[in-house]
Write a protein that binds this ligand. Sequence first.
Ligand SMILES: NC(=O)c1ccc[n+]([C@@H]2O[C@H](COP(=O)([O-])OP(=O)(O)OC[C@H]3O[C@@H](n4cnc5c(N)ncnc54)[C@H](OP(=O)(O)O)[C@@H]3O)[C@@H](O)[C@H]2O)c1
Length: 296
Amino acid sequence: MRILVTGSAGMLGTAVMRKLADSGHTAVGVDLQAADPGLRLDISRWDTIRELPAAHDCELVMHLAAATDVDRCEMEPEWALRQNALTPQLWARLCADRGIPIVYISTAAVFGANPKAEPYTEYDVPAPSNRYAESKLRGEEAVREATRRHFIIRAAWMMGGISQEKKFVGKIVAQILAGQKRLLAVADKRGTLTYTEDLAANLLELVASGHYGTYHMANPGVLTRHDVARLIVEQLGAQVEVEAVSSDRFPLPAPRPASEALNNFKLAALGLDRMPSGADSLARYVSLLVPALSRK
Ligand SMILES: NC(=O)c1ccc[n+]([C@@H]2O[C@H](COP(=O)([O-])OP(=O)(O)OC[C@H]3O[C@@H](n4cnc5c(N)ncnc54)[C@H](OP(=O)(O)O)[C@@H]3O)[C@@H](O)[C@H]2O)c1
């Protein structure tokens, strides 16, 4: 299959591009950070989308690019809406015009103001609590409205990418390797991890099934940031104290949801849930991350 991937140089995009190549697909990736200058494009512009040869030659668009800096989205809400709501609408329109499907990646954060204690299913009501989540939800709505042939995938606490890793797991491992003996980790936010390698593999299987719709795709097992840090310390056998702190200790422009925990309810019901447990995937990822970061 010929597939166009936006955001191909990002944390998830790198895993998806590798998985597509391994599975025998022909993938063209476009990204502001693309190594090939011809593919280093701003894909939020309709004239760029319209004139991109690969956009007219592909059988599927995987739209992964997004404004992922949650605090910048809070401070620049119109930029967030342009990147995360209008841009997916443009790509979905292109797909609808061409009669091809689209994949759009959304986030567990769309449930930020929904006070449910258990992990969210696809049947829970989104209620964003920050501008990033609001813009991603508007993007979901735009994609649904533009084309029935959509796969909207909500992911949660992403980890992966090794050199692209800019999230919590990478930061904790880097601090341990730097010899820090005491770590602070927030204990009042919970979520489900989402390993990019697992997501990429499960996503391809879902697309191949042709079951269009909205899905949750996360590694099962609800953890706090403190739990994640403790699991990493245990795995590395590091003599490091992990202190549980309140999120008030780290004031940020964008409020973070109390829960970003997802239940892969629909995938499981369709027999398509291949996501391993969060603890197992964390261990697999950390075992790759440590040698890579140690070489730096
Ligand atoms: N990371 C998470 O924890 C998480 C959780 C749930 C869902 N998601 C969603 O998953 C998807 C992938 O996230 P990710 O973590 O892989 O993001 P990422 O690492 O920030 O990668 C996104 C890539 O897209 C590029 N990009 C952004 N806007 C672009 C534009 N207008 N034109 C061309 N390229 C553009 C970025 O370039 P720059 O770096 O130059 O902007 C970056 O290389 C996103 O839709 C995100 O909302 C992420």
